[in-house]
Design a protein around this ligand. Sequence first.
Ligand code: HEC
Ligand code: HEC
Length: 157
Amino acid sequence: MKLPALLRRTWPLMLALSMFAIGLDPARAADPPAPVKLEGLRQGTPLNQDNPPANHRQERDHPVGDRDFVQMPPLIPHTISGYQITKNFNKCMDCHAWQKTKESGATKISVTHFKTRDGVELDTVSPRRYFCTQCHVPQSDAKPLVPNTYERAKGMK
Ligand code: HEC
Ligand code: HEC
């Protein structure tokens, strides 16, 4: 198909014009984008420095809470300040190990805590469940950092 002579001569200009119109100005493409002003939760504290800890208190011991979905790691209903978990010692297991719960009144860690990542069932807590506070957290009086619209799973309402 032959383009009309006028169109043939003017198409580069028209292409440049339309690129300009949709913001693809070839002359400007190389400019760095304007800096975006972001305010993180660190409030501008440099990454190699820490903000001072806020003065939050852990909730006092209270009865166990409801769970929001069946697979949820239950929240810790007691303070854990001073409870150490190191390579050689796990304070939580002083009360939550199966042999200890009769005396301590604590909930037994469930059978899922004895399974390794390869599916092998152990007779002591599995390494992948050893550091309890990876999943279980105590509660504090801290205000939420960001708004949250999370809702309890339907089956648990
Ligand atoms: C001095 C004993 C003791 C120690 C140490 C202890 N707990 Fe507990 N824990 C309890 C008792 C008692 C309960 C409450 C059981 C109840 O009220 O039914 C409990 C409840 C819990 C629950 C709630 C269980 C549920 O069904 O909702 C979690 C989770 C928990 N503890 C985690 C931990 C973790 C993690 C640590 C270590 C950082 C820890 N506990 C250390 C005694 C202890
Ligand atoms: C990788 C995450 C993870 C780690 C680490 C972990 N848990 Fe759990 N825990 C869970 C989940 C998920 C549940 C609920 C479902 C289940 O039982 O597996 C649970 C349930 C529990 C329960 C309630 C059991 C029941 O019968 O209702 C207790 C008590 C508990 N964990 C204590 C501990 C203690 C103590 C440790 C450390 C020795 C620990 N957990 C480490 C994820 C974890």
